[in-house]
Write a protein that binds this ligand. Structure first.
Ligand code: PLP
Length: 457
């Protein structure tokens, strides 16, 4: 007999995953290695040690171990806000009059307001274990910086955040949350680093980008004793930590014998989507199951749908290793759209490879359509979603409407990565009908592609 499915499926604390799942172990085509920007040879652990913590480097380079134990201390921290609920969107289904069954995994149930805390605590933990004083990082919209500030406060580490200038100005409260947790926040580009000064000279008046902020945070780390640099997305290790999302989702679905047809997530650097879908793609890779996986990105920053699969710099200042990924070019500065967390020129090498190999599809959506979906969702489901998350809502709603038209009872799962309380300037623009959609032209993209580095392996 079919069990009645509750509005919220909560796992017990002792059902929290004890291990992260490393999807690379099941991939036939492994993601391409990071390259040293000077020699264009694969980065060795020794070279990476200049920037990253030792244990995180091991995780970054490990293409073979399928399950990596989560240290007890991290599990204890996770218990403050996990397991997170898997919600059956009964009210949205009713509103849309769709036969589709819609579920969302809600990651906004912590002060940082997003899934980023899942990796922040892991990275801070390994930094602490290595005896470091602190960490440096960048933040775009501010969610990653907030998450890292919380994790560092908990472990007694110092935290220096370079925040993309446009967000620093648009989101003063986000900045104050970070400072409340003890972090130092600098708007980027700034004159506190060489690369910041160079970018300011080349682009006077620039409102910054994640790529610039990364360069500054890396430079700051190399000049400080006892500090390492940490990154909130894109890297293999970050996807690994985020698999708690997918593992919990899978466990919750299995409790009620639910098999999803479609799994949808927004994609900026790819960490939440990678974390959500890894366990499911693992089944696909092992030939056990089939799912439709959809990455959703902003039309203003379309790395999967219009980018090139090539080696590129991860940062504007070209100080970081090169990654092979879908990219718009490291010089691409996306228009100041309101989904700050999705404004990155590249995509996780793991997701890029999976997309290239056909395990995933991608769609791009425009900003006003995203806020329309966000508003519709908020009014029936109650949660005020982050603009980033609302990209996934948009496509989930579109797919549910298709089901209404065809009569198909598809089961749709999407990742609701966070809440939008700090995005009210954006919601205000939408409410006042002052929001516009900006889509880069082919010429703009070509100009940016022309700066891709030549790499012949
Ligand atoms: C950062 C962020 C994202 C995008 O980052 P990914 O690494 O692609 O997951 C999505 N949603 C929210 C709420 C975020 O803060």
């Amino acid at each position: 007999m079919e069990k009645k499915i509750p509005y919220k499926i909560y796992l017990e604390e002792d059902e929290l995953p004890k291990m992260w799942y490393n999807v690379r172990a099941d991939m036939k085509n492994k993601p391409a290695p990071l390259l040293n920007p000077g020699t264009l040879k694969p980065m060795t652990a020794e070279e990476l040690a200049g920037v990253f913590c030792d244990e995180l480097i091991q995780q970054e380079l490990d293409d073979d171990t399928a399950y990596i134990p989560i240290p007890e201390e991290i599990i204890n921290f996770y218990k403050m806000y996990r397991p997170s609920p898997l919600v059956r969107a009964y009210c949205l289904e009713e509103k849309l009059q769709t036969p589709a069954k819609i579920y969302y995994k809600f990651e906004g149930n912590n002060t940082s307001g997003s899934h980023k805390l899942n990796s922040a605590i892991a990275q801070a933990y390994y930094a602490k274990k290595q005896g470091l004083k602190g960490v440096t990082t960048e933040t775009g919209a501010g969610q990653w910086g907030t998450a890292l500030s919380m994790a560092c406060a908990y472990l007694g580490l110092d935290c220096k955040v370079y925040m993309v200038k446009v967000s620093y100005e648009q989101k003063p409260f986000r900045r104050e949350v970070m400072r409340t947790y003890g972090a130092t926040v600098t708007p980027s580009p700034s004159d506190t680093t060489e690369v910041g000064r160079r970018i300011l000279a080349e682009h006077p008046g620039t409102t910054g980008s994640l790529g610039c902020a990364i360069s500054e945070a890396v430079e700051a780390e190399t000049k400080l004793d006892g500090y390492k640099y940490v990154l909130g997305s894109v890297l293999n290790q970050v996807l690994l930590h985020q698999t708690v999302i997918g593992l919990e989702t899978k466990a919750a679905l299995e409790k009620y014998n639910i098999k999803p047809d479609m799994i949808i997530g927004c994609a900026g650097g790819g960490s939440n989507l990678g974390g959500l879908v890894s366990p499911f793609i693992g089944e696909m890779l092992r030939g056990e199951n089939q799912y439709q996986i959809i990455a959703v990105e902003p039309a203003s920053c379309p790395s999967l749908t219009r980018g090139k699969f090539a080696y590129d710099f991860c940062d504007t200042g070209k100080v970081c290793p090169l990654a092979k990924m879908y990219t718009l070019g490291s010089n691409f500065i996306p228009s100041a759209n309101h989904a700050g967390g999705l404004r990155y020129h590249g995509m996780s090498p793991i997701l890029s490879q999976l997309y290239h190999d056909g395990y995933m599809e991608a769609r791009s959506v425009e900003q006003t359509a995203v806020f329309e979906a966000a508003t519709q969702f908020a009014r029936v489901e109650g949660i005020l979603p982050a603009p980033e998350s609302s990209h996934a809502i948009r496509v989930a709603i579109d797919e549910a409407i298709k089901c209404r038209e065809t009569g198909e009872e598809k089961t749709i799962v999407f990742g609701l990565t966070g809440t939008g309380y700090f995005d009210m300037v954006a919601y205000g623009k939408y409410n006042d009908k002052e929001m516009n959609d900006y889509i880069p032209t082919d010429e703009e993209l070509e100009k940016s592609f022309s700066t891709l580095p030549e790499v012949n392996l």
